[in-house]
Design a protein. Structure first.
Length: 253
């Protein structure tokens, strides 16, 4: 009976994690370049096999129910929306743009909604400088004339480094989703990019990539998670009633 309480509690925690993930997806459904997340569960049989393959432990270490295995990010391409803004950039293919964070580290994003700050730099909506390539080095991009031309391969015209050198192209890397990258907020990913050079991609100027979130699918998933949460909650209530009777009534027999 007590084990049933733990089983239901594990189910409630798993569904709460699923609801949190879905809520974040829905909140970012209109965020350019956002990549949806999905909570993945490990069920009890899988957990049992995992434990059997390892050294034995003290009695009572076996678990029941399910547990959140992890939150995985979808790399599916989002749709493109034309904006007519020359500083908006969308990517087609498994590539990301490189930007510099406030801590000086390099991060990666698909959100190409850029602006020009007071010093003429090309920056993200959060103020992170967009990076380009100059003689093989990553440099911040300056637009002294406020104009920018981007070819489909990422080559730039009208862009310069802080030293006045022409920036050759946007700094693009292969996606590291599923290879150790993690989300850090503001549509940014952190991690080591794959060593291979990106290929089979296109850069579209004057467009933005929509998020790959399908609101209808997320709402259906939210309803299913809420129902599962409620069922586990009722299971705990039923177990509580049974335990109360066992304590207060069975002992009198």
């Amino acid at each position: 009976m007590v084990r049933g309480l733990y089983t239901a509690a594990a189910g409630m925690m798993a569904q709460q994690a699923r609801l949190d993930t879905i809520s974040n997806n829905l909140a970012n459904a209109e965020t350019a370049g956002f990549r949806r997340d999905e909570a993945v569960f490990r069920s009890f049989p899988e957990m049992l096999l995992w434990r059997l393959e390892r050294d034995g432990g003290p009695i009572g270490t076996a678990a029941t129910g399910c547990v959140v295995e992890g939150v995985f990010t979808s790399g599916r391409q989002g749709g493109l929306r034309e904006t007519g803004n020359a500083l908006d950039i969308a990517l087609i293919g498994d590539v990301f743009l490189a930007v510099r964070g406030g801590d000086g580290e390099v991060y990666y994003t698909r959100n190409g909604s850029f602006t020009r700050d007071g010093s003429g730099r090309l920056v993200t909506g959060a103020g992170n400088p967009v990076l380009g390539v100059v003689n093989g080095n990553l440099e911040e991009i300056y637009l002294p004339d406020g104009e920018l031309v981007v070819d489909t391969d990422g080559a730039l015209s009208g862009a310069f480094s802080a030293a006045g050198e022409a920036v050759e192209r946007l700094a693009l890397v292969r996606s590291g989703i599923g290879q150790g990258w993690r989300k850090v907020g503001d549509s940014l990913f952190q991690g080591q990019p794959p060593a291979a050079e990106p290929d089979d991609y296109q850069v579209r100027q004057g467009y933005l990539e929509a998020s790959n979130v399908n609101p209808v699918e997320e709402m259906v998933g939210m309803i299913a998670a809420m129902r599962a949460y409620e069922m586990n909650q009722k299971a705990i209530q039923a177990a509580d009633v049974t335990l109360e009777k066992a304590v207060n009534e069975v002992g009198r027999v």
